[in-house]
Design a protein around this ligand. Structure first.
Ligand code: ADP
Ligand code: MG
Length: 748
């Protein structure tokens, strides 16, 4: 993550042969710097070796064992070969298998693993036909006395790195490649982004020491110290960037938008059909106060699903309109942008009919700008934005395009932020002459450490309450393998429809032409399976075919339970008009069952919807399911959420589903989610693409460290906002931002 010295910018080919280089490229390792930042995934110690008789399925183990038997077999029909080795220690045996396309590829292993050889084998224990086995383990073979000698030298306690691998790459190859680089590295090749003062205060090792020790620790203490230092570095670089961003933003002048008594906001409040919750009122005051200041507001509004963030945002926008400015509302999808326009216009009534016959005094206009609208519609929206007739301009990414101009942009509201990168926020703010105020709304509650990491440059407001009188929603997990239960699900949908409700049915895929979801078993081994003895295994490991929108829609149309009920579809490959139409028909009740992808996940607001069925629910994350469930129970009718899945007892998927069934509290769910998820998911996919810069940091575990780094970073930025005293830090930040830009481009 740190910007390397020239030595670490060399192509990885400098350190390894072309074949290894090719394999490393598959892991995204292109430079020697990338290679030394390819930290071990875990460590094993010879001293921790397990007895074969005590192995359990699923665990990563290292065993020392003797080879009893080794046989290469060619598989019949489709070709390919396998090497089967039987290992023994302490009187127990286990089978180890390697597959390859040709027997020749297995000769090397066969020569190494002659009966009588002893060695260390590490890998994950799998079960095949009820018997435990190791598949493609990593191993080192020793002469008869070598292992004992090493143990005697005390080397058995040394943590040995285990790296993330890909096919064609052995752990020992990575060990050697890393060693080649580390051996020639000088201190000046590893600039340290953490300033000496901070290192001293927090008792942190230097960068070059940490790089050496993370790959080649002599003991656990070194390993821990190296990891702590590298984690801190990741947090610190990120927090420094956030602190700098924040400092820059608040140092700029913004136009104060104090609002105006007797204006459009007052008129709106007077006709609001409900009473604001205490939370809405408190947060509203906070925002009103900040908008009235001549420093740009930088606020994150996070709230429970259905807590009424839209009203809060609208009231802020109206205050800006009352002050002579405009507000832009940025939505993640066209469906949501269009819905926002409908909702805002409906809430505003004649207050949104500015300049039109029948428009109220003080009225403004709400314009919609999306990428796919007709030229005429677009032209008129552009004119309303540029001329100032539209006080509120709602749009998708299209709002960021150069052609969009505002008369006086005073406030930017970003809805469901996690779909937007930081860059786009900036692009939109750049459209205002000065710095506009900024309000970011998240789709779901997020834990404090995530907020600190992802939105560390923003102050946070939270809406915990949902408006009183919100209907109950019960959640059940339905076992997908039990036809009777699934059948009951569709009958339940029928009951909801007959009672005047609507049902969403969500599937993970659009249709069968989409690639099967690859099963990622992490070891990337290139398996070649025969239909001989290994068929069962092939089936057990085959990717599951996930339910698809078009397929399920047809099934439901043909099903007895839904006879006479119109079933619609909604997914990302439909045109904007088709999507609009599908949602409108669903909302009106003309098509009361809507089979869709997760395009309905965020924000879609159809109060009559009472049922949410999610197929292959184990494939979705907690917050995603919570969002989906948030689509129902929005009116006064109770709702039912049915999560259809087969998640074996004790798996994370099962815990996720059980937790969802047990609570509707988004903050509680967010905390559980964080515990369950692996990092990349929390920050990379779900948030704003911090995946590549945070390799070691775990927000669930490293909250304290993140808080420390934030404190240090803010202190540094306060005295040295441009980081002139910490050039290596500035460079490290640049490297992170460049990575994020690349990642963002990849994702769009
Ligand atoms: P979210 O925070 O999930 O974006 P919305 O802003 O879409 O929630 O609000 C959900 C629903 O609750 C909307 O239909 C909205 O009109 C309604 N609502 C918002 N605030 C209140 C309130 N104080 N009392 C009753 N209903 C409210
Ligand atoms: Mg919303």
């Amino acid at each position: 993550m740190q910007r390397p010295g020239p030595r670490l910018e060399e192509p990885v080919e400098k350190a390894v042969g072309p074949k290894t280089a090719k394999a490393l490229h598959k892991l995204g390792i292109r430079t020697t710097g990338d290679l030394v930042r390819h930290y071990p995934r875990r460590y094993v110690r010879w001293g921790d070796m397990t007895r074969i008789g005590q192995l359990h399925e699923g665990e990563h183990v290292t065993i020392d064992a003797e080879v009893v038997q080794a046989t290469v077999r060619t598989m019949r029909s489709r070709g390919g070969a396998m090497l089967q080795v039987v290992l023994r220690n302490h009187g127990d045996t286990i089978e180890v298998t390697w597959f390859a396309r040709h027997a020749g590829a297995l000769r090397y292993h066969e020569q190494q693993l002659r009966p009588g050889a002893t060695g260390l084998f590490s890998g994950q224990v799998k079960s095949y036909r009820g018997k435990l086995q190791l598949l493609h383990p990593d191993y080192e073979v020793f002469g008869p006395d070598e292992l004992e000698a090493a143990v005697a030298r005390g080397e058995s306690e040394r943590p040995r790195p285990v790296y993330g691998l890909t096919s064609g790459l052995q752990n020992s190859t990575v060990v050697n490649a890393v060693a080649t680089v580390l051996d020639t590295l000088r201190v000046e090749d590893v600039p340290d982004p953490v300033p000496p003062l901070v290192r001293r205060e927090r008792d942190l090792a230097t960068a070059d020491w940490a790089l050496e020790a993370v790959h080649r620790p002599v003991d656990d203490d070194q390993r821990r110290r190296a990891l702590r230092r590298l984690r801190y570095e990741e947090a610190f670089v990120l927090q420094a960037e956030l602190a700098r961003r924040r400092a820059r933003a608040v140092a700029q002048a913004a136009t104060a938008r104090p609002g105006r008594a007797g204006g459009i906001l007052d008129a709106f409040d007077a006709r609001l059909p409900f009473v604001l919750t205490d939370g809405q009122r408190a947060v509203g005051e906070e925002i009103a106060h900040e908008l009235a200041a001549d420093r740009p507001m930088q606020r994150l509004l996070q709230g429970e699903v259905g807590s009424g963030k839209t009203v809060v945002a609208l009231r802020a926008m109206l205050q800006v309109v009352d002050s002579g400015g405009q507000a832009a509302l940025l939505a993640p999808t066209e469906v949501l942008a269009a819905q926002h326009v409908r909702t805002l216009r409906a809430m505003l009534g004649d207050l949104a009919a500015g300049g039109m016959l029948g428009g109220a005094e003080d009225a403004t206009r709400v314009a919609l700008l999306t990428g796919s609208q007709s030229t005429a519609a677009r032209r008129s929206a552009l004119a309303e934005a540029a001329g100032g007739a539209a006080g509120i301009v709602v749009g998708t990414h299209a709002l960021l395009s150069e052609h969009v101009q505002f008369a006086d942009l005073g406030l930017v509201v970003v809805d469901e932020q996690h779909r937007f990168g930081v860059e786009q926020r900036d692009a939109l703010r750049a459209k205002a002459g000065g710095v506009p105020h900024l309000l970011v709304m998240t789709a779901t509650p997020i834990p404090r450490t995530v907020a600190m990491t992802v939105f560390g440059d923003l102050e946070t407001s939270t809406l915990r309450q949902v408006p009183a009188g919100r209907a109950e929603v019960v959640t059940h997990v339905v076992p997908a393998s039990r036809p009777a239960w699934v059948e009951r699900t569709w009958r339940r949908v029928r009951e909801e429809v007959d009672g005047g409700g609507r049902a969403y049915v969500v599937c993970p895929r659009i249709d069968a032409t989409e690639g099967r979801a690859a099963k990622d078993d992490g070891d990337g081994a290139d398996l070649v399976l025969d239909d001989g003895p290994d068929v069962e295994q092939a089936e057990a490991e085959a990717p599951r075919v996930l339910r698809a929108v078009t397929e399920v829609a047809e099934e439901l149309r043909a099903s007895a339970a839904l006879q006479g009920v119109t079933v619609g579809v909604l997914h990302g490959r439909m045109s904007p008009e088709e999507k609009e139409r599908a949602l409108a028909d669903f909302a009106s009740g003309a098509v009361p069952v809507l089979v869709s992808t997760t395009v309905v996940e965020v924000g879609v607001d159809v109060p009559e919807a009472t049922a949410m069925v999610v197929l292959d629910a184990d494939r979705f994350g907690v917050s995603q399911l919570h969002q989906l469930r948030g689509r129902i129970g929005r009116g006064d009718r109770p709702g039912v959420c049915l999560l259809v899945a087969d998640a074996p007892e004790g798996t994370p998927a099962q815990t996720r589903l059980a937790t969802l069934a047990a609570t509707r509290d988004g903050f509680e769910l967010a905390a559980v989610d964080l515990e369950l998820r692996r990092e990349g998911d929390v920050l990379g996919a779900a948030q704003s693409g911090r995946g590549t810069s945070l390799r070691l940091l775990r927000v669930a575990r490293d909250g304290d460290l993140i808080a420390e780094a934030r404190e240090d970073a803010r202190a540094l930025v306060e005295v040295d906002p441009e980081l002139l005293t910490a050039p290596a830090l500035g460079a490290a930040i640049e490297a992170v931002l460049a990575g994020e830009r690349d990642e963002f481009i990849d994702r769009t």
